[in-house]
Design a protein around this ligand. Structure first.
Ligand SMILES: [Zn+2]
Length: 218
């Protein structure tokens, strides 16, 4: 596994992926100045990495359109032509944009005892042509694919929770929207449990649950 550097420190990428809380402050500082991290998979030319915040933590993602310059086996490597653009069909349930997904999800967190009420379609404006919606499994498959998790270069002995978590967040992009809402507000990507982080992890999840409200539309 290759090293990354930020805030004057060089560490293996897996360390950052498996223990994001340990690096949160340093990544936060680097996000401000100089505004990026670096991947050292290429010794001759370190590649810039985007530092993104998701929830309380930070994660690293490939610099836009720079994936081809990372070496084979690097998590930030993207082969030419693998970046999909499906913006032409505006009625598609999942539209892949330049920096994230736009998803119309057919999923409800509503619980009711009698299912005689037709399912309402909320959070989307009608523009004359109704947009299709995707079930949860289709969304998860698309997210898995956009995160590059359908293949594995074998750069690490095993694909751990931290790596998958980090790659999923990178795959979400900067501006993924689900039923019109920013992903950060409606999608909780659970990080790997660490006993030392127990209180923080529980607090993060509680904060997310507090955002789940009844909009009274059903
Ligand atoms: Zn790299």
């Amino acid at each position: 596994m290759f090293d990354v550097s930020f805030d004057g420190e060089r560490v293996p990428l897996t360390e950052v992926q498996e223990h994001p809380a340990r690096f949160a402050r340093r990544l936060e500082r680097a996000k401000v100045v100089p505004g990026f991290a670096q991947c050292h998979c290429r010794t001759d030319a370190p590649r810039k990495l985007v530092i993104r915040r998701y929830g309380y933590l930070f994660h690293l993602a490939g610099w836009p359109d720079d994936g081809v310059h990372h070496v084979e086996g690097c998590d930030f490597r993207k082969k030419p032509g693998t970046t999909t653009r499906t913006g032409s069909d505006r009625t598609a349930a999942i539209i892949t944009g330049a920096d994230g997904l736009n998803v119309r999800l057919d999923a409800s967190m509503v619980q009711r005892e009698v299912s005689s009420v037709p399912r309402s379609r909320t959070g989307e404006r009608s523009c004359g042509t109704s947009r299709r919606s995707a079930p949860l499994l289709a969304f998860l498959q698309t997210l898995w694919s956009s995160a590059g998790l359908t293949s594995w270069a074998g750069s690490t002995p095993a694909r751990g929770w931290g790596t998958v978590n980090s790659m999923l967040l990178a795959g979400l992009g900067e501006d993924t929207r689900i039923n019109g809402s920013p992903a950060q507000g409606v999608l909780y990507v659970m990080r790997r449990y660490e006993e030392s982080e127990r209180d923080a992890i529980n607090a993060e999840f509680d904060d997310f649950l507090r955002c789940v409200t009844n909009d009274g539309k059903v």
